[in-house]
Each structure stands twice: as C-alpha cells, then as structure tokens.
Design a protein around this ligand. Structure first.
Ligand SMILES: [Zn+2]
Length: 68
C-alpha cells in the first residue's frame, strides 16, 4: 500500500484545510438520540450514550452528587 514519505505537519495540514475554503475542517455533527445534544459521530456522547445504548455513566456534577 502506498504510504506518505513524511508526516504532514500540523501547519501544512491546516494550510491545506484553509486553502480548501475550510470545507475539510468542518466536523460532522449528529444529534444524540438519548439527550438530543449535538455530538460527533462514532463517539460516546457526554450523556454516556453510544449507538442507542448506555455505555458509560454520565459525568455527574458535584451538585448532583451532593443531592444523592
Ligand atoms: Zn447524549
């Protein structure tokens, strides 16, 4: 498989992205089915939901912990 000879530096990568009218840099946003928050696809949401399943306990705030 053909591979790049050198790693593209952050500077060159960013220059390419901005040269393309910033189209490549725009992230895809999906809506979480559980909490309807905008999130990145294929990533666990902040509420702990992934692909319609709860995979992680949501990050509880200190105020919530005090009430429990
Ligand atoms: Zn969510």
């Amino acid at each position: 498989m053909a591979t790049p000879k050198k790693k593209i530096s952050k500077s060159r990568r960013n220059m390419r992205r901005f040269a393309a009218g910033n189209k490549l840099a725009a992230p895809t946003i999906v809506t979480c089915p559980a909490c309807s928050e905008p999130t990145r696809p294929h990533r666990v949401c902040a509420c702990g939901n992934y692909a319609g399943k709860m995979v992680k306990a949501p990050k509880a705030k200190k105020t919530e912990l005090a009430s429990n």
